[in-house]
Ligand binder design. Sequence first.
Ligand SMILES: [Zn+2]
Length: 198
Amino acid sequence: MQQCILCGRQANHHIALDSGEKAHYCWPCFGVWECNRRGLDPSRYSHPEKIVVSGKTFSVYYHVYSEGIRYYAVGDSKKTYLIYSCLLPFEMDGMSATAHLRNIVAEALKKKALSKDGTLEDEGFIDIWYSEGTSSHLAIIIDGKWYSIHDFIEMLQARQAWRMHFSFEDTYPQPESEWFLIESHMPKDDLKSKQNPN
Ligand SMILES: [Zn+2]
């Protein structure tokens, strides 16, 4: 386990610097480093570390993208997998962004993909993850809970003679994700004009 060189917390962003050294940052400190590198003022994006929505606690993080700032709400419970994100414009400050993220989480938590009796609702989201613990190496995540592919097949059996139409989309990082980055591959000072367009 590497510690963040700025705050000492567990680091999950590891950068191979041009100097040949390695720098390790926790997610919040990496956000600040990334802003500084890309010409953005990180103080604009400061946000509460945690939010509570419908009794569930989420940690808030962000990453800088060329199109904007992507904020993440990562559920704190180890038993459930709940991650939501939204991409917001550079002009929006961190507090407004957090309010926006909170709304997205609240809406998402209301929509359950699985009914109380264990059958799949007409619409919903299902995450598909690699899992070492199962014979199929696949985990199915519905409403934040982990299921095996066999559980999933049982859920489908209750939907015999129905048609499922689906669309795949890119998902969010797992809470324990680690990022490995190479400084020379990362853009620099390319977003200066985006934060303050005037
Ligand atoms: Zn840190």
